[in-house]
Ligand binder design. Structure first.
Ligand SMILES: [Cu+2]
Length: 429
């Protein structure tokens, strides 16, 4: 597991973006970056209340820290308008006020996000209310409550991790040939023979996983991006696109050594588990209900907007351009939408060419439909990122203010697409 950074007692949080060096599986060491360590960052545990953060940047280029999944005003969101210059420190004074959730944080500098996140500038956040015992949920970090950051990375024949996107990589997003879990190749989890909670983050630049177990054991979905479901949902497979999180419960009673797999195309191993009967199984019963409350917004008057995620064929032929939203590539100086504070909006999202994972900052939304049909089970809870293979309709209340100088972002979470211009921004006032 990543080291823990528990902010609950102090209400303070200190991160330092630093360069690192890491050898994966005994291969040659490569230059990496991380928060407080060589690659990735600590798992930050926070609760509702004031949180005084400081982020130091010791790199020789600007970075930012976007709190993906935290409900914060534009001035604390950490997007491309809030770069931390080399040697500088950012000190957001945040007020955390939201339901428990697994969120994450990563750098978000326009045109540099893909390379910087790939190098390691990301980590996981747990927002907790300390009531998981009452919910009957596993909550012992690293024992029966595992945080798993899934990232594919490309290794060359000498075992060196590389990031050298070709034009095709920029078109489709950069994918790797090995899967890192929490920054490690060849890792495994040893778990008790009981119920284990997996907090999954797809921290990959572009790869979408379709996760399942090789022995077909069920996955019990308890939380999506923005919080708990009203009750667990049983799934055979779980689709997780870049930026999405899911919390699932797995029953390891009876032992065994199942492997978390993914497809499509050829199926491949993502992460192996081993059970140890010596470990005490704290939770042995699956909860039947949870306390997630979903708002359906059906009665709320709502403005409707169209959002087209564009990959122009002509632009691509010219060398990888053509990435835009509603025909316009991202412009730091252009506000795309002006949203009324506290209002509800329905956004109709349409993907072109490939399925794009769509993320909106500063809100959690519900998915009303996908290609005209009810959403997939894993998209029925609170979301902030959703894969849009064709069309999807989402609805959200915009409660976080954001001015013209610090607008909120909406974008494709294939990081190469985002950097190439598939991003827009909005104010909330
Ligand atoms: Cu995209």
């Amino acid at each position: 597991m990543p080291p823990l950074l528990d902010t609950r007692a102090s209400g303070r949080l200190s991160l330092t973006a630093m360069t690192g060096s890491k050898s994966f599986l005994g291969g040659p060491a490569v230059a990496t970056a991380g928060f407080n360590q060589d690659y990735l960052g600590p798992t930050i545990i926070m609760r509702n209340g004031d949180l005084a953060a400081e982020v130091n940047n010791t790199l020789d280029e600007a970075v930012s820290v976007h709190w993906h999944g935290l409900m914060l005003p534009g001035e604390y969101d950490g997007g491309p308008h809030l770069p931390i210059a080399p040697g500088a420190t950012w000190r957001p004074r945040m007020a955390i006020a939201q339901d428990p959730a697994t969120a994450w944080y990563h750098t978000h500098i326009h045109e540099r996000t893909a390379a910087q996140v790939y190098s390691g500038l990301a980590g996981v956040t747990h927002v907790t209310d300390g009531r998981d015992d009452q919910r009957g949920l596993p909550a012992e970090y690293g024992v029966d409550d595992l945080t798993l950051v899934l990232q594919d990375r490309r290794f060359d024949t000498t075992g060196r991790m590389v990031y050298d996107p070709s034009m095709m990589d920029r078109m489709h997003g950069f994918t790797g040939n090995r899967i890192l879990v929490n920054g490690q190749l060849g890792a495994a989890a040893v778990v008790p023979e009981g119920i284990v909670r997996l907090r999954l983050l797809n921290g990959s630049n572009a790869r979408t996983y379709n996760l399942f177990f090789d022995d077909a054991r069920p996955m019990h979905l308890v939380a999506t991006d923005g919080g708990f479901l009203p009750a667990p949902l049983v799934l055979d497979a779980l689709r997780l696109s870049p930026g999405e999180r899911a919390e699932i419960l797995i029953d390891f009673a009876g032992g065994g050594a199942p492997v978390l797999m993914s497809d499509p195309e050829q199926s491949y191993g993502v992460f192996p588990f081993a059970t140890d009967s010596e470990l005490s199984a704290r939770i042995t019963q699956l909860p039947t209900v949870l306390d997630g409350v979903l708002e359906d917004f059906t009665d709320a008057p709502a403005l409707t907007r169209q959002v087209s995620l564009d990959m122009g064929m002509g632009g691509m032929m010219m060398g990888g351009g053509g990435f835009a939203i509603n025909g316009q590539p991202f412009d730091m100086d252009r506000i795309d939408f002006e949203v009324a504070l506290g209002s509800v909006e329905r956004w109709h999202i349409r993907s072109t060419m490939v399925a794009h994972p769509f993320h909106v900052h500063g809100v959690r939304f519900r998915v009303l439909s996908e290609n005209g049909a009810p959403p997939r089970p894993e998209n029925t809870g609170w979301k902030d990122t959703v894969l849009v293979p064709g069309e999807a309709e989402i609805v959200a209340r915009f409660d976080q203010p954001a001015g013209r100088d610090v607008p909120l972002m909406f974008h494709c979470h294939i990081l190469e697409h985002e950097d190439a211009g598939m991003m827009g921004q909005f104010t909330v006032s």
